[in-house]
Ligand binder design. Structure first.
Ligand code: ZN
Ligand code: MN
Length: 143
């Protein structure tokens, strides 16, 4: 990811220590963090870091195509720094997102495709994660 920063885009990003900390947190991160999650993680090392810096950096990475913005959670934007095309499995309660790496061989008929050239697809699976279903059962018992 860091290597890509120098080659992608016409304008090079200034690699401030704050930005480096954000990149390091995102590198290999599969938790699909929100800007606030990133902020909370990075502020431990950089107590002077402002939320605006995190927000703007995420926005810039999004513009450069280095992170994907996910619209799964209407309350907060989530980001995906995993550059490999993949699908998602989402807990409808806690909004935990797990990566699904499988080629489902989805295809459109010529009629559906029309004059589009298909470049990809993305499937969202919905479910209830183990932690949430345990919690549900506990609440049931306590009723
Ligand atoms: Zn859950
Ligand atoms: Mn993902």
């Amino acid at each position: 990811m860091k290597k890509k920063l120098n080659v992608s885009g016409k304008k090079r990003m200034k690699l401030t220590p704050q930005r480096m900390a954000i990149f390091e947190y995102l590198d290999g991160n599969r938790s699909h963090p929100s800007a606030n999650d990133v902020y909370k993680a990075v502020i431990e090392r950089f107590p002077t870091m402002s939320f605006a810096t995190v927000y703007n950096t995420m926005d810039m990475l999004k513009t450069k195509g280095m992170v994907l913005e996910l619209s799964i959670d209407p309350d907060k934007k989530r980001f995906d720094p995993n550059p490999v095309p993949h699908h998602h499995l989402i807990c409808v309660h806690c909004k935990k997102i797990v990566d699904v790496h499988r080629d489902f061989s989805l295809d459109l008929s010529e009629e559906e495709r029309g004059d589009y050239e298909i470049i990809g697809n993305h499937v969202d699976f919905y479910g209830v994660c183990k932690t949430c279903s345990k919690k549900d059962r506990k609440e049931e018992r306590e009723k």
